[in-house]
Design a protein around this ligand. Sequence first.
Ligand code: PLP
Length: 374
Amino acid sequence: MENQLLSEKIVITKPSITDLEIDYVNDAIRNGWGPKCYDYINRFEKEFAEYEGSSYALATSSCTGAIHLALMALGVKAGDEVIIPDITWIASVEPVLYIGAKPVMVDVLPDTWCIDPAKVQAAISPKTKAIIVVHVYGNLVDMDYIMEIAKKHSLVVLEDAAEGLGSEINGQKAGSIGDAGVFSFHGTKTISTGEGGMIVTNNADVYQRAKILNDHGRDPKIGKTFWMAEYGYKYKMSNLQAAMGCAQIERADDLVSRKREVFSWYQEELRNFPGILNPQIEGTKNSYWMPTLIVDKPFDRENLFLFMKENNIDSRPFFYPLSSLPMFERKSTNVVAYDIHARGINLPSHHDLKRSDVIYICQIIRKFFQEFSL
Ligand SMILES: *Cc1c(COP(=O)(O)O)cnc(C)c1O
């Protein structure tokens, strides 16, 4: 344990960079200009669509931008209601606000920490247009149930799979099941381009619409240079970023297996600890983007973060319920969300993390609970 104090801080996560990423990015910066300036973007989109088993993929500058474009392409408009889980990263809901639509925060399930389909059903009103589901920390949403509800009420489903890359439901990739799916390649995510995002869909109209909106509203069918019939947006990925993405998607299976291996080390080290880790529900494969521990009893989270920091370990709080943030109306009736967030923390996981790091992290967690709390 003493050695760890002298060594580097254990970061929560970081990308895995090999010669492959460096070679592709070098090639892009040397040669990827003029007639080749879109080559890596086209290739990344094609390979990502293949990985997902989706018909179309559109690269973006972030997942936040991807959500904004996808919601508009799916027909969400000002005044519409959009159902969303109360537990997610803020970026899932912000684009709903950009459009002037109204987010309706719904509680999550105590086992998967993902949106509760029965409560989605109960939240539907005549104004509901869309459901955003989030595969939080790699855990999986009950997509069969959600798609059935959506079909019955003619709603569109956007799958926010920013944290679910590599997770699967009955062999189908997370993100490929809804009307559209979105991903993030931020430096914290399982595959990274520094910053970046992707939309996938099987619907040609949704894809075309998102592509036009992402090009300032330029419709190639009009065929008159610099003539726009409507205004749009610009959330584009650069060829340099896409070069890194091409390397990462080639390595996706390896990156996901390492996430699963790191998670198995936590399972082993915390097997008698009074708490639960990310579940893997029958019929699903969890890619365990972020190993998350929910402790059985309430405890002082801030003190634990401080203690971990003093011991050179980076950790993160489980997301606050969106509806507990000051810009939204508080919805304490989402009892599961309000209960589990206060007992949950995220633990480090990345490709270069060693088993000895995980052993050390778990020793520090146990020490905290012995000395200070439980
Ligand atoms: C990271 C993340 C996003 C946003 O991704 P960016 O690429 O940073 O815009 C959206 N939704 C969820 C669930 C995320 O974890």
